[in-house]
Design a binder for this molecule. Structure first.
Ligand SMILES: [Mg+2]
Length: 266
């Protein structure tokens, strides 16, 4: 038996699985091509809130990987689902968004009116997602608006992402600063919460053991995949360390050195 014959759907996290920075990991282009040749359904999920599906398709093209924008599910898409499904959605009219233009577009699609300047301080909802221009003014505005009664949503709770020089702060680290300043915890939308997995199911990915989620984070990918009812594979090319496996209650079904092992026997 091998992975290809054991699963119908393959759901891949991106950063730390398919690529690291601007470099493909292992033989990720070859693995994806082999899965496509064997008519496997492929999806990509990412908690990084700064890029759109077409941006990611473009990035993968640059790494020699063919993909289509409709195969990507992002944390801003999950955030829009959370807003639409929330018990409080009726009372939210205005939103202050600290995040990428892509996140702003996804949130505006829910019908909320984005406010800026002084109006931000009276917003009904604050949404935060990491973006390259994140600044102290955004932390200040978000904290004051939340102090004034706004509800608080974060695109994702990841504390850091690996970069060339070490660990760089991700959305969870930015949320923490606003949580400390405002005294209110954020509700998060990305993995391991259900919203991305609901979007995947609507796009035809069965929530069964015949779907394999491949991720590098125990806390987001593996927990999320388990909750969704998928089989799970942890790759050791991203945030997870060997020691995490020893003292973590979450156990992936498979642990792989890297993505290339998907083409080897089980
Ligand atoms: Mg990752």
């Amino acid at each position: 038996m091998d992975f290809q014959n054991s699963f119908d759907h393959f759901v891949f996290d991106l950063d730390g699985v398919i690529y690291s920075g601007e470099t493909a990991i292992g033989n990720s282009p070859g693995v994806l091509e082999a899965l496509r040749t064997n008519k496997k359904e492929i999806r990509f999920i990412t908690n990084n809130p700064s890029r759109s599906p077409s941006d990611y398709a473009e990035k993968l093209r640059g790494l020699g990987i063919h993909s289509h924008a409709s195969e990507f599910v992002t944390s801003p898409m999950a955030t829009a689902s959370l807003i639409e499904e929330s018990l409080f959605s009726e009372k939210w009219k205005t939103v202050f968004i600290a995040g990428s233009n892509y996140l702003k577009n996804e949130v505006r699609k829910t019908g909320l009116v984005e406010v800026s300047g002084d109006d931000s301080l009276g917003a009904d909802l604050v949404v935060i997602g990491s973006h390259p221009e994140f600044n102290l003014e955004e932390i200040k505005t978000a904290s004051i608006a939340i102090g004034n009664g706004a509800d608080f949503i974060g695109t994702n709770g990841d504390f850091f992402y690996p970069c060339e020089d070490g660990q760089a702060p991700a959305t969870g680290a930015l949320l923490a600063s606003v949580e400390v300043a405002s005294g209110k915890k954020a509700v998060t939308a990305g993995k391991p919460e259900k919203y991305m997995f609901d979007i995947l199911e609507k796009s035809g990915v069965a929530p069964t053991k015949k779907t394999l989620l491949v991720g590098d984070s125990l806390r987001t990918d593996i927990v999320g995949g388990e909750k969704a009812g998928y089989s799970t594979a942890l790759v050791m090319t991203g945030v997870a360390k060997k020691t995490d496996l020893e003292d973590n209650a979450v156990k992936p079904d498979f642990v792989l050195e890297n993505i290339s092992f998907l083409l080897k026997p089980l």
